[in-house]
Design a protein around this ligand. Structure first.
Ligand SMILES: Cc1cc2nc3c(=O)[nH]c(=O)nc-3n(C[C@H](O)[C@H](O)[C@H](O)COP(=O)(O)OP(=O)(O)OC[C@H]3O[C@@H](n4cnc5c(N)ncnc54)[C@H](O)[C@@H]3O)c2cc1C
Length: 385
């Protein structure tokens, strides 16, 4: 394990937490055989049994209040868990999106919704969030999935797409248009839709990442009024207020994958010999390693700096900082994985090693959670452009 892999300024308790996750990952998913078994040969990237073990340890509630079964930590603690879980190749792909959903419900949900969603997360349950539609990607405000008032409740119709973990989720926090009369950012409402509700159909989308995303169709799906999450018509502002945490979660996840890709390539180039010496002794490779290590360290400093700012004042939107963390971490993970593959030669491309899977998980990170082009738009706007 490389020496400089801890966020700065951690308490003794946080250091112990990191060590405990590393030990757990080594024990539960340290070998190729274990990982193949846990992921059905890398087709399902979330293992419920493993998530239950993590829940029992209290780690899935690292940033959740104790009243909902959490351990009362902050987003910094959740980032430590995300970084180490993904570095350790624990198959908990449904967790980041569950954490994002819990963040929104924590801010705007009713007491009953908080018990179900935050409490569920602490017990190892998965929940999803649905914004994107076929005609509403980067321009998410263009969404047309709709909710009409009916019989004291609401009826949903329309399609969502690319919904991470919907196939293993209990609920999908769904953003729909409940009023057409205003601008595109007005008249939007969030619903906590149970995935077993009548009129909900979830179909997997084939991707290079295995079972991860889904189309979700709503056909005359009747929902009680109590499923509205937050204010009717207030979803856009609710969505915006959670973006600091959403981007941070993606950054911490990307950081963990980047660190793992780095660990793997470093180990490989120390072992592999060509021309009678380890390939890691060639200056070209050594310099690449130095550059990647520096990039990862910058990413870690930025990510935890933003996490601490959020913990200091969770109401801060931090559009510039949160977008910078997402942009940096997801570009760095892509670079580390692609250069890692190149440095491993043909073996980096073979499924026998993890590097090709690191490449597959890295390539999508600059796309979801708001593409990196959109992050650059947000960052540049904060400079008055
Ligand atoms: C694996 C995966 C998981 C996902 N999970 C979820 C989820 O759980 N929930 C959910 O709601 N969505 C999810 N998404 C959807 C994701 O957020 C969208 O794919 C993303 O926002 C981009 O939308 P799009 O794919 O329609 O691309 P488009 O918006 O069509 O963009 C295509 C290209 O045009 C560029 N572009 C678009 N507009 C601009 C602009 N104004 N300026 C500069 N460039 C621009 C984009 O950056 C991109 O390069 C997921 C997607 C993937 C692939």
């Amino acid at each position: 394990m490389s020496p400089t892999t801890l966020a700065p300024g951690l308490s003794d308790e946080q250091r112990d937490f990191v060590e405990a996750i590393r030990d757990f990952a080594k024990r539960e998913a340290g070998t190729q055989e274990q990982r193949e078994r846990l992921t059905e040969h890398y087709s399902e990237l979330h293992n419920r049994e493993l998530a239950s073990k993590l829940a029992e340890l209290g780690w899935l509630g690292a940033s959740a209040p104790e009243s909902y079964g959490g351990t009362g930590g902050g987003i910094t603690d959740a980032c430590l868990f995300l970084e180490e879980a993904f570095r350790g190749l624990l198959p908990v792909a449904g967790y980041p999106v569950t954490l994002i959903t819990a963040g929104a419900v924590g801010k705007f949900g009713s007491e009953e919704q908080k018990q179900a969603i935050i409490g569920g997360m602490c017990e190892g349950r998965v929940n999803a969030i649905a914004m994107s539609e076929p005609e509403a990607g980067s321009d998410v405000g263009n969404l047309s999935c709709k909710a009409d008032k009916s019989n004291g409740g609401w009826v949903l119709n329309g399609q969502k797409t690319w919904i991470s973990a919907a196939h293993i989720a209990d609920h999908i926090l769904t953003i729909v248009r409940s009023d057409n009369s205003g601008s595109k950012h007005e008249g939007l409402t969030m619903f906590l839709v149970p995935t077993d509700a009548e009129g909900v159909e979830i179909n997997p989308i084939e991707t290079m990442g295995g079972k991860e995303v889904n189309d979700v169709f709503f056909t005359d799906c009747y929902l009680e009024d109590s499923t509205v999450m937050g204010e009717v018509g207030g979803a856009w502002l609710q969505l915006m207020s959670g973006l600091n945490v959403e981007r941070l979660i993606i950054a911490a996840n990307a950081l963990g994958v980047a660190q793992r890709a780095f660990d793997d390539v470093l180990a490989y180039i120390k072992e592999r010999e060509q021309f009678g010496r380890p390939i890691g002794s060639f200056q070209v490779l050594r310099h690449r390693i130095a550059d990647l290590a520096t990039e990862i360290e910058c990413t870690r400093l930025l990510t935890y700096d933003v996490a601490r700012k959020v913990d200091a004042d969770p109401q801060q939107m931090l559009p510039r900082e949160a977008s910078m963390a997402k942009l940096k971490a997801t570009e760095v993970v892509k670079r580390v994985a692609l250069e890692g593959m190149q440095m491993m030669g043909g073996y980096g491309y073979a499924t026998e090693y993890d590097m090709e899977r690191h490449v597959r998980s890295a390539l999508v990170m600059p796309i979801y959670g708001g593409t990196n082009e959109i992050q650059r738009e947000i960052i540049s706007k904060t400079y008055g452009l």
